[in-house]
Write a protein that binds this ligand. Sequence first.
Ligand code: NAP
Length: 246
Amino acid sequence: MAEKKVVLVTGASRGIGKAVALRFAEEGAHVLVNFSSNEEKALAVAEECAARGGSGETLGFNVAEPEEVAAAVKAAKKNHGKIDVLVNNAGISRDGLFVRFSDDDWKVTLDVNLNGTFYTSREVAKVMMKARSGAIINMSSVVGEMGNSGQAAYSSSKAAILGLTKTLAKELASRSITVNAITPGFIATDMTDALDEEVKAAHLSGIPLGRYGESDEVAELCAFLASEKARYITGQVIGINGGLYC
Ligand code: NAP
């Protein structure tokens, strides 16, 4: 029997990250279910991984804290010997027009979305480099490609992830590690539930396919990018946005 893949998904307690964790579990993977505050929900996801044919365990750490990230990755390496796939999914959104945007909101958004992706990739890449294989998938956003009023910090963080992705792809290719970014459009999750009805209606009117995307659809793309079938795909930005941006 083939050895189980070990997959670390950040921000896997809910939303897209949860769907990604469960999708990898369906392939029989052992999933490290990261969360920052919602331990109970993360535990439920880890249990559901077992019900879906794989296995799971929670791995709590704040992606914005480099020491926490390093300690968690070290523990994972010690327990499992490897990490085959990293999905940098954890993210937050602090919205508001930029002229009134606070320094704190700016910093926390960049800290979690961009710095968190950097810290986690750096620690996990060291593990993958020794194994001379791996796949890193960074969750950016369509607004990192097209901008969005009221989302200066969020769109900047997500655009910067694209530069990081392309550079890491070049630096890690010689070790057979692929690095790609996904840019989802509007996907139905807690993040989009928090928007008011007027904003949601405006979003829908701009989506040619006429609906929000589903977390499962993003999870499917992650599974493909981590699969053997995608070993020649690296440094790419792959949109999944219903035609919102093309
Ligand atoms: P969500 O439902 O708000 O879930 C966010 C997840 O990130 C939660 O698991 C949360 O953990 C975790 N998280 C937040 N801050 C963290 C931190 N500092 N350290 C570790 N984990 C942290 O978000 P979502 O809609 O599923 O979005 C997931 C990713 O896709 C994000 O990067 C987002 O920017 C991106 N995205 C989403 C959409 C969309 O329309 N939903 C579109 C484009 C891109 P806790 O539960 O413990 O708080």
